[in-house]
Ligand binder design. Sequence first.
Ligand code: AMP
Length: 292
Amino acid sequence: MESLPVIVESKLEMRKLSRYWKTKGNIIGFVPTMGYLHEGHLSLVRAARKRCDKLVVSIFVNPTQFGPREDLEKYPRDLDKDLALCARESVDVVFHPGESEMYPGGFQTYVTVQDISKPMCGVSRPTHFRGVATIVAKLFNMVEPHFAVFGEKDFQQLLVIRKMVEDLDMDIEIVPHPIVREPDGLAMSSRNVYLSAQERRQAVCLSQALTAAQDIFSKGERDAETIKAIARKNIQAMPLAKIDYVELRNASDLSMVDKIDCPCVLALAVFFEKARLIDNCILDPGSGRYNK
Ligand code: AMP
């Protein structure tokens, strides 16, 4: 049986360990998560494991990225299972700080990445990316990794983190990782457990909407409104799905586009009764692959 990873709860201990590893010449990889790990998370962990000597996975349900009426209290948690999964992937340390360790009384400093945080998820979740950028900056300061892996499933989050790292001169490589899906196409998410059986069947409309859009794009369609309309139609075909947004934007800075003449992201957010699901795909008119 695999041995369980070391669990570190103190930020000072985490930093001490990282600095010790660095004195020995180790490359440190980092995968930040909110736990309740699934194959999506584990594929990030495996990608990180391949390119580092010491691998840290953080598990912290970050309160500052939840809005007042969101699911912070209900967010699924299963630390024992997460530890067993991390053991199987040979994770060296699970960093699992408590809330008061991360946000002691009197905490008042936040990181705001301005423009990229505003559209798409920023409209229905106006304080979300401030919370994400703040916690990731704090985790980076505690773990001091050489690189960190983030999923493309949270595409806007990936851009926010990249911009933060660039603007604040953080010496950490941000490594993107492709979306991992269920066999029927639904993007894996800890929040999929909120779906009823009927909703789960209808949730496939997100990936179907993306596939339909990719299909007309590959046949030469470049008009943003036409492509978004196809995506909307697929989602609206499911009675339990309610669109939050369907957006088609420049994949580097999320600026608006009318015609696809640069790599663009088609991004969706869809409400079901208790879950808000997101998904996206890149539409790249260039001959080469979209340059991440
Ligand atoms: P979370 O625990 O939801 O905060 O996610 C932690 C990391 O896992 C983030 O970088 C996510 O983008 C990534 N992630 C979550 N679900 C998936 C997925 N289905 N495919 C790829 N990455 C994912």
